[in-house]
Write a protein that binds this ligand. Structure first.
Ligand code: B1M
Length: 219
């Protein structure tokens, strides 16, 4: 990659870290105009920046208002690249399955869940997103109404892993054959196994592969 392209990506990371939700719109557009792909912008710009935000927050170098600004900047840039991410990955098939997504009760993190939704859409899945801080009852009602093939739960806090467990158990009791997948930073394959989920994905790309695999087994 030439120097000017990597400089633009570094600038995008920096704008995430500083939470500059206005300038990032301009620079993300500049990145596209300079032939950087939506994938490169996401992985080597936005996610790289957000990883540093997480480390600085953990180490007490920045505080919640700064993290909120970073999240706002992330979403502003995503608004620009989302249609391209969907187009870049769009398969010929559409409607290959329906996935209902939500972040569990007590948890308002949604950037990762949204990214999972975007990648699933890009790969031909119909996605119904029921948002954040989602109670077990809301998941159950939505599954009743939407009849998805797969239900996906996201949790980003160790404290909300318990909500995930409760909701998975309730969904399993009410809908015996429903496929349930889980993900989020503190979640692991062993936790997924422990709570009776059908699958775990580490990131959005793995979530797409997992959904395809689980649907193929079902059909
Ligand atoms: Co919060 N936060 N946060 N935060 N936040 C974390 C998660 C934390 C790790 C930061 C840290 O300490 N280093 C820490 C959790 C510690 C822990 O529990 N172990 C933390 C904390 C403590 C908190 C608060 C409690 C802080 C406070 O109030 N004192 C608070 C909780 C609020 C609540 O939910 N009740 C809080 C609040 C916030 C903001 C609102 C400011 C903001 C969220 C904004 C938003 O989402 N709209 C925020 C942010 C931005 C973060 C960090 C910095 C970044 C998260 C993110 O968006 N990453 C985060 C640090 C970190 O994770 N390193 C942190 C980018 C995103 C693309 O990645 O979300 O991991 P991620 O998603 C990935 C995978 O996890 C996976 O695929 C995604 C895409 O590849 N995945 C799935 C996610 N869901 C999936 C579902 C699937 C499959 C895969 O299937 C269904």
């Amino acid at each position: 990659m030439d120097k000017s392209k990597s400089e633009i990506l570094d600038q995008i990371s920096e704008l995430i870290i500083t939470g500059n939700y206005k300038l990032i719109v301009e620079i993300t557009q500049k990145a596209l105009d300079n032939d950087l792909s939506s994938d490169e912008i996401l992985n080597s710009g936005l996610l790289k920046g957000m990883e540093i935000v997480g480390i600085k927050f953990r180490d007490g170098l920045i505080f919640l208002p700064e993290v909120l600004m970073s999240a706002r900047a992330f979403k502003a840039a995503m608004n620009i690249i989302e249609p391209l991410l969907i187009k870049d990955t769009k398969s010929n098939k559409s409607g290959i399955g329906k996935v209902l997504l939500g972040t569990v009760k007590g948890d308002i993190h949604d950037i990762g869940k949204n990214l999972v939704g975007i990648m699933l859409k890009g790969n031909g899945f119909n996605v119904v997103d029921i948002g954040v801080d989602t109670s077990t009852e809301k998941f159950i009602d939505a599954v009743d109404k939407e009849c998805p093939d797969i239900v996906g739960l996201s949790a980003m806090l160790t404290t909300t892993m318990i909500s995930m467990q409760k909701t998975v158990q309730a969904l399993k009791e009410k809908f015996q054959n429903k496929i349930i997948i889980v993900g989020g930073a503190p979640v692991s394959q062993s936790f997924a196994d422990e709570i009776g989920a059908n699958g775990y994905a580490k990131n959005a790309i793995e979530a797409v592969e997992l959904c395809k695999k689980l649907l193929a087994i079902k059909n």
